[in-house]
Design a protein around this ligand. Structure first.
Ligand code: COS
Length: 423
């Protein structure tokens, strides 16, 4: 991966690796069991700057590139996917829409508390009747004085409980479909104020808390159990026009752009999970003896690990390439979908393979691979199901084929086959 990584990237990776080994690995299993939100580690990550990696320094972030952020998510996920999704959802879904589409005033007001990790952020698109069909949004925003009144609810929202700043979509013009959706910034207080205060972050008194915005009960999830996921209710919630994010009707498109970035984050998280499972499996295969030999010596085990290593390399190229394109301002929607699709399926296969290599031990919570398998499943679902990724990739490849065909001109104007030899 030398082609992608600078010495600064490698140093950042090393810092995060040490933190993950010292502070995350010892508590990952307990957090998975209890579902406790890891405020102490969130504080430590905030102090390391990990909650604002790609945010400009002027707005309180680390000012690093997209690949740096991707490396952080991958490194955290090798040890615990819940920590990784906390950073990823906060950064790409919570902070980046304001950074990318906000006015200067909105950026100055909302980005610094997010980038420093003083408060956590989130993103509200999905609804009970608008999952993959995201433009089927039902939440309404109706003009009221010099603002809008929002009514509806958003489901499966990361940080809906523990976060304070959210970007949500709502329909402003029902007849215009995707073009009738607008996004808004809403704030609500953290529901774990006491625990957050005990570590000195999680709440900012100066935010414009919106009456009528509140979090529902915590979801009891199969994986990512130490991350906070809830419904976010918007009940007769009035927000001033100053909290509309971008122009009316731009909300859906801006959310789609945000999801393009989010998908690279999920690819990195999936890669981390797959690598973590691989590392556990290879260690185990090297130590475990059966029939008087290390199980590593059996070709079946070696082949399985060889396949995992090959797919990890391929997934890493896809993911880093998508981040590389994004950093250079090049189109990356197709490549992000490809990276997310490939790596999430890889995470599922790799964690299942790791369990198989560990045998009975892999099926117990004495080893992290069963947790990793549960954590991997949602990577095939969240930030766009893999069916949606295939749809996005399919649309791109068809368009590229049509463009190529159009560039060749009408059939009548083409050289007869073989008339001009390419050599
Ligand atoms: N970047 C920029 N613009 C985009 C875009 C993108 N990635 N994707 C779509 N758009 C634009 C389209 O170009 C179109 O613009 P015009 O009105 O100018 O034609 C508009 O948005 C509507 O797009 P489209 O017609 O493709 O919308 P569809 O309703 O067909 O939906 C899918 C397309 C299914 C791809 C979209 O709804 C989707 O991604 N769904 C999954 C949502 C998701 O990931 N949810 C998980 C959230 S977890 S945080």
């Amino acid at each position: 991966m030398e082609r992608y990584l600078t010495p600064e990237h490698v140093r950042l990776q090393e810092r995060v690796r040490r933190f993950a080994l010292d502070a995350i690995e010892p508590v990952a299993s307990e957090l998975d069991e209890t579902g406790r939100f890891p405020w102490e580690n969130v504080r430590a990550m905030a102090e390391m700057g990990l909650l604002g990696v790609p945010v400009p320094r002027a707005l309180g972030g680390m000012g690093l590139d997209d690949l740096s952020y991707i490396l952080v998510v991958e490194e955290l996920a090798k040890h615990d996917a819940s920590h990784a999704i906390t950073v990823s959802a906060h950064t790409t879904l919570g902070t980046s829409p304001i950074l990318s589409f906000g006015s200067e005033e909105q950026k100055r007001r909302f980005v610094p508390p997010l980038a420093s990790g003083e408060v956590l952020g989130g993103f509200g698109l999905t609804e009970p009747d608008a999952g993959s069909d995201a433009s089927g949004t039902r939440t309404r925003a109706v003009r009221d004085g010099d603002g809008y009144r929002l009514d509806g609810s958003k489901i499966f929202i990361t940080h809906a409980g523990v976060g304070e700043i959210f970007t949500v979509t709502a329909v402003t013009e029902p007849k215009r479909g995707a073009r009738g959706i607008t996004s808004f910034i809403v704030c609500k207080p953290n529901v774990e104020l006491e625990r957050a205060r005990s570590v000195g972050l999680g709440h900012h008194d100066g935010l414009p808390f919106t009456e009528g915005v509140r979090a529902g009960a915590r979801e009891d999830k199969m994986g990512w159990r130490a991350s906070d996921t809830r419904e976010l209710y918007l009940e007769n919630a009035w927000v001033p026009e100053a909290q509309r994010l971008g122009a009316e009707g731009q909300g859906f498109i801006n959310f789609m752009k945000t999801l393009d970035s989010g998908r690279i984050g999920i690819a990195a998280l999936s890669l981390g999970l797959a690598q973590g499972a691989f590392d556990t499996a290879i260690r185990y295969a090297h130590e475990r003896e059966q029939f008087g030999r290390r199980i590593w010596d059996f070709q079946q085990i070696q082949f399985r690990l060889a396949d995992m290593a090959t797919e990890l390399e391929a997934g890493r190229h896809l993911t880093y390439h998508a981040a590389w394109l994004k950093s250079r301002g090049r189109p990356f929607s197709k490549e992000a979908a490809m990276a997310k699709l490939f790596c999430s399926e890889l995470a599922m296969r790799a964690t299942l393979d790791a369990i198989q290599i560990l045998g009975g031990a892999g099926y117990t919570s004495d080893y992290p691979v069963e947790r990793m398998m549960r954590d991997a499943k949602v990577c095939e679902i969240g930030e766009g199901t893999n069916e949606v990724q295939r749809l996005v990739i399919g649309r791109h490849v068809l368009q590229e084929a049509l463009d190529r065909e159009a560039a060749r001109g009408p059939i009548s104007a083409r050289e007869p086959a073989g008339a001009t030899a390419p050599w």
